[in-house]
Design a protein around this ligand. Structure first.
Ligand code: PEP
Ligand code: MN
Length: 446
């Protein structure tokens, strides 16, 4: 195992403009927490991070497919064993279906163990004449609408670190200890297709059954299928936290952000000359950038210059989030510009964030069909241009929530209130997530 203990920092980000940062009232308290974090063990190791870079590179070439999924915002309250297990189970079930559909390895990455900081459209929120700081995620403040809850508290960064660590510990146990055995995962999916709402996927599940029996009869080493690689990712939003988690790999002398394997910059903070990009420029992790429909081709080339100047395959993933109604017209010019540049990227679709609507009864929601339409548009555009659709990035939970409209079980506006639990954006529930996986698997088969 590599030593990653020497605290270091990525040069220069403090000199760049930084948006979406909390206004901490007590600079000394912030410094004390940051210093404490800097002295603590890394959450992930350089070797794991490099292995993920290799897999992201494979996805960029069409030799693997990326599945990235989890909550919009994790919360401390939901950081329970059951929640982690159900989310992991959902992602593994999706991955089993996609692996069969793509006939390639699926790179499994959770928006988990650190997805605790959120960008917001306004710095403050007003209710009934009272104005307070916006909720920015559990690593910054509390969701409750009181002044005490909303004042940013740096001690929450330590809480986030500890929860991320225990989450990763449980994930490592599940994925290394046989719980994630492919045979087991497949048997869960049989339960899904037995539901009449999803019966149209039954023949697909039967094909997988046959493939499993074939492997077993042919003497495939199922012990090798008992363990899976599972990676953690989050938005690198809270600069003080990410900076405090940077460590130097004593073997190579390189810097890694050891808060997660994969970090991305959001649509609101992705300026090529801004602090978030400057921080990620300084670390070796594979990184992502969210790309909205108004992105200019030159902005992408500037981001490649900053984040992947040498054109290392696997280093940079572009996560497009265009909206189903815009992707077919907005994506081609961006792909052409990147292709003309020549440095490799891995293209992933986030079909969630361009398709958020407010229901007539006031819920922030998304329609399952619209989300699927964006995924379809992503495949269409890449296939038309001869480039590689490398993966999907989705907001999901393993629970039976009612936050996204539609899907086989027909969640309707009137049903949204039954189990609407997200603190920020609406998530696919367990069934909707599996339905998406079956549909994407069909797209992957062409
Ligand atoms: C998110 O992923 O939750 C998010 C805020 O996305 P974006 O930056 O693409 O809006
Ligand atoms: Mn979100």
């Amino acid at each position: 195992m590599n030593e990653l203990n020497a605290p270091r920092t990525a040069a220069g980000w403090r000199d760049c403009p930084a948006s979406q940062q909390p206004a901490y009232p007590d600079a000394d308290a912030l410094k004390a927490v940051s210093d404490d974090l800097r002295s603590r063990p890394p959450l992930v190791f350089a070797g794991e991070v490099d292995a993920l870079s290799t897999q992201m590179a494979a996805a960029g070439r069409g030799r693997a497919f990326v599945l990235m999924g989890g909550d919009c915002a994790e919360s401390f309250a939901d950081n329970t064993a059951d929640n982690i297990r159900l989310k992991l189970q959902t992602i593994l079930q999706m991955a089993a279906v996609l692996t069969y559909g793509a006939s390639t390895p699926v790179v499994k990455i959770g928006r988990i163990a650190g997805q605790y900081a959120k960008p917001r459209s306004a710095d403050t929120e007003t209710r009934d004449g009272v104005t307070l700081p916006s909720y920015r995620g559990d690593s910054v403040n509390d969701h409750a609408f009181t002044l005490a809850a909303r004042v940013p508290d740096p001690a929450r960064m330590l809480n986030a670190y500890l929860r991320a660590g225990t989450t990763l510990n449980l994930i490592r146990s599940f994925t290394m200890g046989g719980y994630a055995d492919l045979r087991e995962v497949h048997s869960w999916n049989r339960g899904f297709t037995a539901n009449p709402a999803y019966a149209r996927f039954e023949s697909f599940a039967e094909e997988i059954d046959r493939a499993m029996r074939f492997m077993e009869a042919a003497g495939v080493d199922f012990d090798a299928l008992r363990q899976v690689d599972f990676y953690a990712a989050h938005e690198a939003l809270l600069l003080e936290y990410e900076d405090a988690m940077i460590r130097e790999d004593s073997r190579s002398g390189r810097l890694y952000d050891t808060s997660a394997h994969f970090l991305w910059v959001g649509e609101r903070t992705r300026g090529a000359e801004h602090a978030h990009v400057a921080l990620l420029r300084g670390v070796r992790n594979p990184v992502g950038v969210k790309v909205g429909p108004t992105t200019a081709p030159a902005e992408l080339v500037a981001l490649i210059d900053r984040l992947n100047p040498h054109g290392d395959a696997g280093r940079l993933t572009l996560i497009t989030r265009m909206g189903a109604d815009r992707i077919r017209e907005a994506l081609p010019a961006l792909i052409e510009a990147v292709r003309a540049d020549g440095r490799p990227v891995t293209w992933v679709t986030d079909p969630m964030h361009g398709n958020t609507i407010t229901s007539d009864n006031g819920y922030k929601t998304r329609r399952f069909d619209t989300v699927m339409d964006e995924v379809r548009g992503f495949f269409e555009v890449h296939r038309a241009l001869g480039t590689v659709p490398g993966g999907i990035h989705v907001e999901l939970t393993g629970d039976d929530v009612t936050e996204v409209l539609g899907g086989g079980e027909h969640i309707e506006e009137a049903t949204l209130g039954e189990r609407y639990e997200t603190l920020v954006d609406p998530r696919l529930n367990h069934q909707q997530s599996l339905e998406m996986a079956f549909e994407v698997a069909e797209m992957l088969r062409g």
